[in-house]
Ligand binder design. Sequence first.
Ligand code: HEM
Length: 53
Amino acid sequence: MHFCPGAQLSRLEAGLALKEITERFPNLRLVSEPERIEPFLPWGRRKFPVAWD
Ligand code: HEM
């Protein structure tokens, strides 16, 4: 009953954002190992080194 009411909106936003990013930066690529955020739960990246030229 507490399922996230924003889930569909977030999926829509993520889909649009990823489409825009991949179209604007077709050569976008990871250049070295991303640095994770500790602890585990936020699941994020402190550093996410990319290049796009
Ligand atoms: C990537 C984006 C998002 C993630 C990962 C996320 C994740 C979650 C999670 C894990 C819960 C708890 C579900 C549970 O207890 O079973 C939750 C609840 C909730 N989320 Fe999200 N959410 C996101 C985006 C949004 C957005 C965009 C909105 C509003 C526009 C939103 C509004 C809420 C609300 C109001 C609750 C509380 C629901 C309740 O307790 O009944 N969330 N979300």
